[in-house]
Design a protein around this ligand. Structure first.
Ligand SMILES: C[S@@+](CC[C@H](N)C(=O)[O-])C[C@H]1O[C@@H](n2cnc3c(N)ncnc32)[C@H](O)[C@@H]1O
Length: 252
């Protein structure tokens, strides 16, 4: 919804799904999508969209392939149901701990009258839903035949966890990949690396935006394919991918 031409037009005025967070410290904020604005019929469309997307996706994945879907606490259950209906197995979810600048937890127009109330929890995480395409036989057969079925461990000593302290995308990355919802490299590299358990195969990002997932794939030495519907974002990604991929972090 938030990337339709109409909503992208409204975004320029901080209207529609894109709302300006409160300006509490004097800094101008960029609009962020607020999914509480979705109508009943948009929610139905969302469920139908992810079912048909899931059906299209499952056809191009190898058996045992893993799928991460960045979501949000309000609609993640619908996305999950739709992907389940499309034939995927749910394999849990990864929590990206991130303090976003979303406002709107106070009663609109009456917050002075009800100073001690929060209408909705102040979200401090982003759920990344995890699914797997079903396969025949044992995990080891799938690993031998397709190189999938499992996740890659961060190191031999530790399993892949489901909570990551992430934080917001650093300004240096946002300046390179000028996209409204660019995800941070440090977090993405850990997710992308995990998706190919033996390090072989191709990573697909069908909603590539700034190309941050493709950059993360390059950084960890994987091949990748990105698809993006907005031409302007494709051009941004073309320039951003090598720059984002070249970033290094002390703890990597
Ligand atoms: C949430 S953003 C992805 C941001 C990206 N992960 C990043 O870090 O820059 C979703 C992207 O999907 C694109 N998109 C939406 N519908 C699409 C479609 N049907 N096909 C391809 N891209 C689409 C949007 O234009 C938007 O750039």
């Amino acid at each position: 919804v938030e990337y339709t031409p109409e909503e992208l037009r409204k975004r320029k005025q901080g209207k529609g799904v894109w709302r300006l967070p409160p300006d509490y410290d004097g800094h101008a904020r960029s609009p962020v999508p607020r999914f509480t604005t979705l109508t009943e019929s948009q929610l139905k469309e969302l469920a139908a969209y992810f079912k048909s997307w899931g059906e299209a996706l499952i056809r191009v994945l190898v058996p045992g392939a893993h799928v991460f879907v960045a979501s949000n606490p309000l609609v993640s259950f619908m996305v999950s149901d739709s992907l389940n209906a499309a034939g995927f197995q749910r394999r849990g979810e990864v929590i990206r701990l991130v303090r976003t600048m979303r406002g709107g937890d106070r009663p609109k127009g009456a917050h002075n009258n009800f100073p001690e109330t929060s209408v909705i929890p102040r979200s401090l995480f982003e759920p990344w839903l995890l699914f797997r395409k079903p396969f025949e036989g044992r995990i080891q057969d799938c690993l031998y035949e397709w190189g999938t079925g499992a996740l890659r461990r961060p190191s031999e000593g530790g399993p892949f966890p489901d909570v990551f302290a992430s934080g917001v995308t650093p300004i240096a990355e946002r300046n390179v990949g000028k996209h409204p919802t660019i995800k941070p490299q440090r977090f993405l590299r850990q997710i992308v690396r995990a998706v190919l358990p033996l390090g072989t195969g191709v990573v697909l990002d069908p909603f590539a935006g700034s190309g941050s997932t493709l950059a993360a794939a390059n950084a960890v030495g994987y091949r990748s394919i990105g698809i993006e519907i907005v031409g302007e974002y494709c051009l941004i990604a073309k320039r951003a991918v090598p720059k984002l991929a070249a970033l290094t972090f002390e703890d990597e």
